[in-house]
Design a protein. Sequence first.
Length: 412
Amino acid sequence: MTTQFITKRGSELLFAILLGLCYGAALAPAHAQRPEATKAKTQYQVSNLPSLGGTSSAGNSINNQTWAAGYSRLTGDQTRHAALWRNGVLSDLDTLGGPNSSVTWNVKNTAGIIVGISQTATPEPRGELWSSFFFYFGPFGARYINLGFVWENNQMRALPNFQGGNNGFATGANNLRQAVGWAENGVEDPERCVSPQVFQFRPAMWNLGPPDVIHELPLITDDSSGAATAINDNGQIVGISGICDQAVGRHTAKHAVLWENGTVTDIYPDAPAPWWNTPTAINQRGDVVGFAGDPAFVEGDVLHAFIWTREDGIRQLKPLQHRTPEHVDSEAYGINEARQVVGVSCGTDGCRAVIWDHSSVPTDLNDRKGSYSAHLETAKDINDKGEITGRAITDPNTGARTAYLAVPLGRQ
């Protein structure tokens, strides 16, 4: 299955991609839960978010102002644009001149800033697919340079790369006018880059201006490429460190890392496999969620969700239990201050949106959606109000999907 840093499920699940607060309870081991916490289940009012005319859209981010962001396909389904939903009203964030753009990861800024990735109109000179190819849809998924973007004051602008690099990717932004992601540095690495990827890329943090200034984050010793995936308002950043590989995660995600105070720390040093170890989100407390590779599946067909806290280290978050066929894949994408975690649980029958609500065992959000008829396929982010966004399958015959907003109604 995968969900990468842009995994093979790519646009239809998102690498991609990775979650409210104010409930005050910490995520506790199952044996320490209060009996009432295990019985009470939150119900949700779920609604579709409008589209740009195509048959697929997805919410990948939601902040504390209930700004949901992601993408929506345009009429004809040949391209997609980064999309922002405010009070149910859709804004097309447009592109940097190319066919496609997307908000792919959690953007927690509440001061009017959105970040993501966009194609430009400039042809890709080395034929690289870059990190975005796997989630763009239609005939225009490749052949163009991609850049990280920042959108504010109703305008999109490109973020700079490292010297000599062509492509970039922005994932998250905090309220200190800092954004993170990754960008090429122009260093060819034929031994550790898998064709058609040519250049190394490094984890990046941008101080937003304008002018926007890029800074390189350190890698684990002997690693050559990496990416930053999320940042909080304390300046703590999470991401991956490894080798260049295909620029989609996999062996670039040898190490799941945390950057703070100018240093890099491997938060999962005993990970079962040296691939796909990917933090996807960090809350203001410094708690981290993500997914890790399985030793039996180099390509990332099976992943395992985790939460990392400073006091307890890594703990696994399980897929749905007692299903037929059995679910074996779990991926965590978002976390809020109350340590509620959302993501997906997947098996051969597809994926289901789930929440780990103070438990290592998830709840299927499809069991908590009331009269909402579509199938909740992914849960990509959760804010401090407990509001969730993701993607739902509205027509299993055609594969049509919609972005949704799930608002908690209280515990029953």
